[in-house]
Write a protein that binds this ligand. Structure first.
Ligand SMILES: [Zn+2]
Length: 97
């Protein structure tokens, strides 16, 4: 597999209004994927959680609405970022649920 030598990637999650609603991180090649909801919201944790299949949901505190996307879609987007040696950070739009 051709990929980023460092095997890392960050997927920034945004609500439909482009508000930040967290990040999905792989900061080291052999590290588990983490979800960082933002320092103001809560601690980082492993992602996805069992109850985040098949749909990942979170809350946009700016819109005060629930937003989400298919977990498999976000996972494949993160894989694409990790696999692209020229890109470390991607952005994934979430939808109102
Ligand atoms: Zn929003």
């Amino acid at each position: 597999m051709v990929g980023n030598q460092e095997g890392i990637g960050v997927l920034k999650l945004e609500c439909p209004e482009s508000h930040p609603v967290g990040r999905i991180l792989k900061e080291a090649p052999h590290q588990a994927v983490l979800y960082d909801p933002g320092a103001m919201v809560g601690p980082r944790r492993f992602w996805p959680d069992e109850d985040e299949q098949p749909t990942f949901k979170t809350h946009c505190r700016f819109c005060d609405k629930t937003v989400g996307e298919a977990t498999a879609t976000l996972q494949s987007q993160l894989v694409n970022v990790i696999a692209d040696a020229a890109v470390v950070t991607g952005t994934a739009p979430l939808q109102y649920l």
